[in-house]
Design a protein around this ligand. Structure first.
Ligand code: GDP
Ligand code: IMO
Ligand code: MG
Length: 429
């Protein structure tokens, strides 16, 4: 068997959590392969709403196993809260959730580092979720990280103390008043105590060498779906650097983040919103600053699942979508939030960009060094509520036209259309 992949083609928040949950009954294992608690994946069903940060979105199906892979970084404090919220909502977790021993930990001082680095950037700030992502991945790559497997070691406390001391020295160079920084509303010492206590929740979870676990599962005919976090345009290599996250959010990340070879990658589901959003700083060619942008934000409830920040909104960007399809090798597309466009008489779509005196479909090397103007094509809107539609045949003709237009432009079929946040508001083609 092969690992299927579902990942975001824009700047995150495409609706990955919702669709993974919808697809889960078809899979034996759902596995996260990168990112950490910067992710916020929303799942809604039967009047309930959950937001997951670290735990795979397959957790609501009791017959599916969920693996947090080696490429993920874990904050025990966030994970503990996540587990508590699931328990409150009546979701039972036992051996159906497992964590790779090789996944790295986000330490309390990584959160401080994130805050001081971001502050030092001033108006060049990334707009990070401040969950410690950049500093934790930095330690992983510089071979200074602490992994989940290390919490069982007698040397854990010593290694923690060394890492903390090293971080504090760096922090002092930036901000002598670092001990005033609050983490999730707590002063450092209180947060550190809570973090240490939260290690117990992590200790209680099943640990696996997930590369063996997943490959053996595939050998035994099990079906595995890899769940991406963030989006392609936030990829550390191919996103609008430095306004990106610190991991490979693309299909390539599945191989290194789960330990599966490229030849074991199967279908690649690319998910995108029928328009675009971005939270945080960085170039956004089709961004709207007018009433249309506000309408998208209001109707689409475009406020961050992790931070509550208002998301920047704009029209669908076809050159960026093609770029993401190319980088990931997308085999099937899924279009989300089509219902949000129902209020528009006309819908705009970017087909190219103009910058530095040329018109091109290529994203610039540095999108902040030039004025990017989108070349827009205007399409007829449908002006009809979609949220109660249950099958393709009920779609207005203009929506069929919008779908066919995108398919023709990007050369990949759209196999799923989402018309609302609930699990049931999903239409397969
Ligand atoms: P993720 O990070 O990719 O999992 O996406 P988020 O959960 O951060 O953001 C997607 C938001 O849109 C969530 O609030 C979802 O409940 C919501 N959502 C998902 N699909 C649809 C849809 O088709 N229509 C509408 N209106 N909302 C949707
Ligand atoms: P999901 O999985 C949207 C953005 C941040 C910031 C940049 C770097 O829910 O789609 P970081 O915290 O990684 O240092 O932030 O990346 N970002 C996201 N935007 N959805 C996400 O995840 C994101 N995770 C990070 O807003 O611009
Ligand atoms: Mg999200």
């Amino acid at each position: 068997m092969k690992v299927d992949v579902l990942l975001g083609l824009q700047w995150g928040d495409e609706g990955k959590g919702k669709v993974v949950d919808v697809l889960t009954p078809k899979y034996d294992i759902i596995a996260r392969f990168q990112g950490g608690p910067n992710a916020g994946h929303t799942i809604e069903f039967e009047g309930k709403k959950f937001i997951l940060h670290t735990i795979p979105s397959g957790i609501f199906n009791k017959n599916t196993e969920n693996v947090i892979g080696n490429g993920v970084i874990i904050d025990p404090f966030v994970l503990k809260k996540e587990l508590a919220k699931l328990k409150e909502g009546g979701i039972v977790i036992g051996d159906n959730l497992m964590v790779s021993r090789k996944a790295h930990l986000i330490l309390p001082t990584h959160r401080l580092l994130d805050a001081v680095f971001e502050k030092a950037k001033g108006d060049q700030k990334i707009g990070s979720t401040l969950k410690g992502i950049g500093p934790a991945y930095t330690d992983k790559i510089s071979r200074n990280g602490i992994r989940v497997g290390d919490i069982e070691s007698s040397k854990f406390e010593q290694r923690y103390a060394q890492a903390k001391a090293r971080h504090i020295e760096i922090i002092k160079q930036y901000d002598a008043a670092y001990d005033n920084i609050l983490i999730d509303g707590l002063a450092f010492e209180a947060y550190e105590t809570a973090w240490m206590e939260a290690l117990e929740s992590l200790r209680a979870l099943k640990k696996v060498n997930s590369e063996y676990y997943i490959n053996q599962a595939l050998d035994n005919g099990k079906k595995v779906l890899a769940e991406g976090a963030q989006g392609t345009l936030l990829d550390i290599d191919f996103g609008s650097y430095p306004f990106v996250t610190s991991s490979n959010t693309t299909t390539a990340g599945v191989c290194s983040g789960l330990g599966v070879s490229p030849s074991r990658v199967g279908k690649i589901f690319g998910i995108f919103k029928a328009y675009c959003t971005r939270v945080g700083s960085g170039p956004f060619p089709t961004e709207l600053f007018d009433d249309d942008g506000q309408l998208l934000r209001d109707v689409g409830r475009e406020y961050g699942s992790t931070t509550g920040r208002p998301r920047r909104c704009g029209w669908l960007d076809l050159p960026a979508l093609k770029y993401a399809i190319m980088l990931n090798g997308v085999s099937e597309l899924m279009m989300m939030k089509a219902d949000v466009l129902s209020d528009f008489q006309q819908i705009q779509v970017a087909t190219a960009y103009t910058y530095n005196g040329m018109t091109t479909e290529e994203l610039p090397y540095d999108g902040t060094a030039c004025e990017i103007e989108p070349v827009l094509n205007s399409l007829q809107g449908w002006n009809e509520d979609l949220t109660t539609k249950t099958e393709l045949a009920q779609f207005p003709q203009q929506l069929h036209d919008y779908i066919s237009y995108i398919e023709k432009e990007v050369g990949v079929p759209i196999k799923l259309v989402s018309v609302g946040p609930d699990r049931s508001q999903t239409i397969m083609k």
